[in-house]
Design a binder for this molecule. Structure first.
Ligand SMILES: C[S@@+](CC[C@H](N)C(=O)[O-])C[C@H]1O[C@@H](n2cnc3c(N)ncnc32)[C@H](O)[C@@H]1O
Length: 465
């Protein structure tokens, strides 16, 4: 990677860390919880699940170390030297609630109302993120619109613009700017961390019965996902996908579960033009967009369905006369968003380092998380036939792995935002071992993400059940 590209990526990562963590650190600061070098989690009155997720993420950033029985009230948190040095300046985070409110307006093209943040102190880049992120998204989405003076000033300070336009570093930042969709899509959650950490943990209802969601701006999340697909997943995916259509009896139907706007499915369809395309979505907005986009493919359908309820999806497919033996199932970044159910079998000893949280704000015991994933795979087994399930999934990594790459990795952000919205990231190795335990095997597999993050954080598997 060129030095300019590396520099812009480091700044982007700091901005996104700022967007994801400043509001939570401010809540700790407001309660005087940043003054002790060391404390037990049980001393903090709040929702343990979200607090544990926060401190695991700060561990991944190298700001704290956790000792004792992780995930319990007896766990001790020590600020590392670096963390202790940084939090001394945490009083400046009082502007964060206002910055977060402004970030949404900025992303929609409004003018900056506050003076640009001064560029000094350990939180400087973190705070800049609240303005730079939305400004860069605006520039990306409306490239023809002139930048406002304050926005230009801010980007000049970052060495991303000069009087002639984008600098070389700024050009790389512009190319990578779509990544800001991710934290901005979680603003609704990040603005309410006070309730999640310390108040009524159930107040931010993730999903109503008809599939509407309150924790994430799905439109942006899907834009971000699309960028991940075209930016890093697509070329790897073709290695696994194309050979399946070079056989004598290829799949006749491709079903993408959690298809988002349907664009990935259309891309798959372009490379397998004889196959019928079916998108399955539980989010009504996404389903409608998918339906519109899939119109260009004859016979395509966008059906309502939940990844956590394969039997209902299969019933809907039967209703449309689809033979499961003809189906290649596909899914990307959806399994971790399955609804969590307390597993049928209890008592499993877990080995995961992940902190996943149930909607009541409690830590899901690691063994239950693994068992729930195993039972999820088992629930799909009757419906995954000879063409199998092509699964692209995001994963958590051990905090010590993330720490080694703390200037490059977004793992702490992905872990924390997923935990805040009750999504179930687990390590790649455990993800696969639960699939194997359910009797699945991976016919071909790849790992992704190390180029940007320094470590793998996504996997592609062609599973056969
Ligand atoms: C991160 S986006 C990925 C979209 C698309 N698969 C892609 O990779 O571009 C997750 C998508 O899955 C949908 N989704 C999440 N949980 C789901 C579930 N349990 N069942 C069906 N769809 C789900 C969301 O509405 C969203 O469109």
């Amino acid at each position: 990677m060129k030095a300019e590209a590396r520099n812009s990526w480091h700044k982007i990562v700091s901005h996104i860390h700022g967007l994801a963590f400043s509001s939570s650190l401010w809540q700790l600061q407001k309660r005087g919880l940043l003054s002790n070098r060391s404390f037990q989690l049980g001393e903090i009155e709040g929702n343990p699940g979200y607090l544990h997720a926060l401190f695991r993420a700060l561990d991944s950033l190298g700001w704290v170390e956790r000792r004792g029985p992780l995930g319990t009230a007896e766990m001790t948190v020590d600020w590392s030297d670096r963390g202790a040095q940084i939090i001394r300046d945490a009083a400046c985070l009082k502007v964060v609630p206002t910055l977060l409110e402004q970030a949404l307006d900025l992303a929609e093209g409004a003018e900056i109302k506050m003076p640009p943040m001064e560029h000094n102190g350990p939180f400087s880049e973190w705070l800049l993120g609240h303005q730079v992120g939305p400004i860069m998204l605006g520039a990306l989405l409306r490239p023809q619109a002139p930048l406002q003076d304050q926005a230009q000033e801010l980007l000049v300070k970052l060495d991303w613009r000069n009087s002639e336009g984008w600098t070389e570093e700024g050009h790389f930042a512009f190319l990578q700017a779509g990544i800001y969709h991710y934290p901005i899509s979680y603003l609704a959650t990040l603005m309410r961390v006070e309730e999640l950490l310390f108040g009524d943990a159930t107040s931010l209802r993730q999903r109503t019965d008809d599939g509407e969601e309150g924790h994430v701006d799905r439109r942006r999340d899907i834009l971000f996902s699309g960028q991940v697909f075209s930016g890093s997943v697509a070329t790897v995916l073709w290695d696994h996908f194309l050979p399946l259509f070079e056989t004598e009896a290829p799949p006749q139907t491709i079903i993408d579960v959690g298809c988002g706007d349907g664009r990935m499915l259309l891309e798959l369809g372009r490379r397998a033009p004889k196959a019928r395309l079916i998108g399955v979505e539980y989010n009504p907005v996404a389903r409608e967009v998918a339906e519109e986009n899939l119109n260009e493919s004859p016979g395509a359908l966008a059906l309502h369905g939940d990844m956590g309820d394969p039997a209902s999806i299969a019933a809907e497919l039967a209703h449309h006369g689809i033979d499961l033996d003809s189906v290649l199932w596909v899914t990307k970044s959806v399994i971790h968003n399955r609804p969590y159910r307390v597993p049928r079998t209890s008592g499993r000893q877990g080995t995961t380092s992940a902190v996943c949280v149930d909607p009541q704000g409690q830590v899901i015991p690691g063994g239950d998380l693994e068992q729930n994933l195993l039972e999820f795979f088992q629930s799909w087994t009757p419906f995954v036939r000879k063409h199998g399930f092509l699964v692209v999934e995001a994963h958590t990594v051990l905090p010590q792995t993330a720490r080694k790459h703390q200037n490059r990795t977004l793992a702490p952000v992905l872990d924390y935002t997923h935990a805040l919205s009750n999504q179930l990231l687990i390590e790649a190795s455990l993800f696969r071992s639960c699939a194997y335990e359910a009797g699945w095997r991976s016919e071909s597999q790849s790992e992704l993400g190390s180029e940007a993050f320094g470590h793998d954080h996504m996997t592609v598997d062609h599973f056969v059940a």
